[in-house]
Design a binder for this molecule. Structure first.
Ligand SMILES: Cc1cc2nc3c(=O)[nH]c(=O)nc-3n(C[C@H](O)[C@H](O)[C@H](O)COP(=O)(O)OP(=O)(O)OC[C@H]3O[C@@H](n4cnc5c(N)ncnc54)[C@H](O)[C@@H]3O)c2cc1C
Length: 388
């Protein structure tokens, strides 16, 4: 049997994994198979690439704490000789808003963040008004503001920095579409590409993002991950509003600055699978703009400049990552189902899966709560704070 570790998908997850495998064990033989090296529809290239501590599940808070530490140091960690990648990390915080109805939930999750040691502050209506004079606080009861460790960065730059460094450390990136997995007993013996090429393997990792369910099915594994379209709207607004954290409205929309403009989004009313990646312009007019103008009156004068759409890889079981091997196919590992928070988790999940593959256990952060077994055992670990 080949000692080759084969990673299916070269997005931020597959590339982060290839980086960590070759960093932890420089002699390991790693092949990343990516069908579209231009990443034209990969989530990693279409992401809003923001990072927050404010999750409801403590395990996600712990991942974010480790991840922000990595991101702050990414330029040195992922440098190639003199070339230091700049992922443009901006720590301008997240601001979760709630009216009377949502206040209890916000207070509850705030106490989770505090217990985990995150740097967050709870603001009442007056506190919100004092800090953010551009916000309509009339129907707000409370806001939870991240004071550090939250913000946004250039996700594509992170992806390419991981991939380049992984290559430098010896990982091989192959252009090809995986069309089948060849099983021998309870193991995957080889990965088969659509042009017939066969790559023997010791381990296979499913890093196929929104297409992960199809790859899982190649080994007879049912994975509850679905491609759900999300539109990102680029908006110009003449008013100057500072500071402006990534703001999440009680209606569900999110908005944050992007250079001199803003980007925003909201979950669709009707969340169906595999919609073509065309932006939903109607939703801007009918749902987003009215809610935006209500919350931030300066946006009455805003102008939609353009929009793009990408897929959330939605885990419909519990909206959390599904990590590690599947019990029925022992050398088949999963890093899927991030439900809109995978970009920020990639540095830590990549390291964690590398540990599992190389050492058979987590050696830094224990992510066993996110293992596949919880699905087979019907023990959901629900993440309540899913955005968009
Ligand atoms: C609009 C939007 C906003 C987002 N905002 C955020 C955010 O603010 N913060 C955050 O943390 N996350 C965010 N996310 C989520 C985040 O971008 C994803 O969780 C993350 O990029 C997933 O990375 P991935 O490598 O698993 O998937 P992808 O980047 O999709 O990569 C999967 C790769 O697998 C390849 N592939 C699939 N099938 C095969 C096959 N059979 N053979 C070979 N190759 C294959 C694909 O071509 C693709 O390149 C957002 C996502 C979207 C779409």
């Amino acid at each position: 049997m080949s000692s080759q570790i084969v990673v299916i998908g070269g997005g931020v997850m597959g590339s982060a994994l290839a980086y960590w495998l070759t960093r932890l064990e420089p002699a390991s033989a790693v092949t990343v198979v990516e069908r579209d090296p231009s990443y034209s529809s990969a989530s990693s290239a279409l992401s809003a690439a923001s990072i927050r501590q404010q999750f409801s599940a403590p395990i996600n808070v712990r991942i974010s704490q480790a991840s922000i530490a990595f991101l702050r140091n990414a330029s040195a960690e992922l440098s190639l000789d003199e070339e230091r990648p700049d992922i443009l990390l901006r720590e301008h915080g997240y601001l979760y808003l709630a009216g009377v109805d949502g206040a209890a939930h916000l207070r509850r999750t705030h106490s989770v963040h505090k217990a985990c040691g995150s740097d967050v502050a709870l603001l009442d209506q007056t506190g919100l008004r004092q800090r953010f004079d551009w916000l309509n606080t009339a129907d707000l009861a409370v806001g939870s503001l991240g004071l550090s460790g939250e913000g946004w960065f250039d996700g594509y730059a992170l992806l390419t920095a991981f991939a380049r460094k992984a290559r430098r450390q010896g990982a091989r990136f192959v252009k090809g579409a995986v069309s089948a997995l060849q099983l021998e007993g309870k193991r995957v013996a080889a990965v088969i590409l659509s042009d017939g090429v066969r790559i023997g393997c010791s381990h296979v990792i499913n890093a196929a993002g929104p297409w992960a369910r199809r790859v899982a099915a190649m080994a007879g594994v049912e994975l509850p991950v679905f491609a759900r379209r999300r539109t990102v709207y680029v908006i110009a607004c003449p008013a100057r509003m500072n500071p402006f954290p990534l703001t999440i409205d009680p209606t569900g929309f999110w908005i944050r600055p992007e250079g001199p403009k803003f980007i925003a989004g909201l979950a669709p009313d009707d969340d169906t699978d595999d919609e073509p990646l065309q932006p939903d312009y109607d939703a801007f007019e009918s749902r987003l703009w009215p809610a935006l103008a209500h919350r931030i009156p300066a946006f009455e004068a805003a102008k939609l400049e353009r929009a793009w759409a990408g897929y959330f890889e939605m885990n419909t079981f519990d909206h959390n990552a599904i990590l590690g091997p599947h019990e029925s196919v022992q050398n088949f590992f999963f890093m899927n189902g991030f439900s809109g928070h995978g970009m920020q988790q990639a540095p830590i999940v990549g390291r964690a899966i590398a540990e599992l593959v190389l050492y058979g256990r987590f050696t830094t952060l224990d992510l066993s709560e996110l293992s596949f077994a919880r699905i087979s055992d019907n023990r959901p670990l629900r993440e309540a704070n899913v955005i968009g």
